[in-house]
Design a protein around this ligand. Sequence first.
Ligand SMILES: [Zn+2]
Length: 126
Amino acid sequence: MKSYVVSSILAMTCPRCRQGEMFPTGSFSYREPFTMHEHCPHCQQDLAPGPGFYYGAMFLSYMLTGWFCLAFVAILHWVIGLGLIPSFAILLAVTGILFVWFFRISRSIWIHINVKFNPQHADGIK
Ligand SMILES: [Zn+2]
């Protein structure tokens, strides 16, 4: 099965095989939101290569949420015409729902930058 890096990042699958899930639960189930598999269930790729590996994902998360918040409030305030207080209130509610997704997508992007795809592992050859 052919898989692309963007779809693998968005699906939060292992960067090496693009088959195994990185997280045991769905992003919107809110059960164990920060629990992550230590190894890929499909190819056994180490998903936590070292202490502090996901430190870089923290900066990605900061950038993603920062730009999201700016764009979200700008659209609500200047395009839709809501006041600033209601715009920020809606932003708080939306980020309260999306914070687990931002945490996970940042980790997914970070590990996809650092671990390369290997088609042999996608076929189940270990
Ligand atoms: Zn894998």
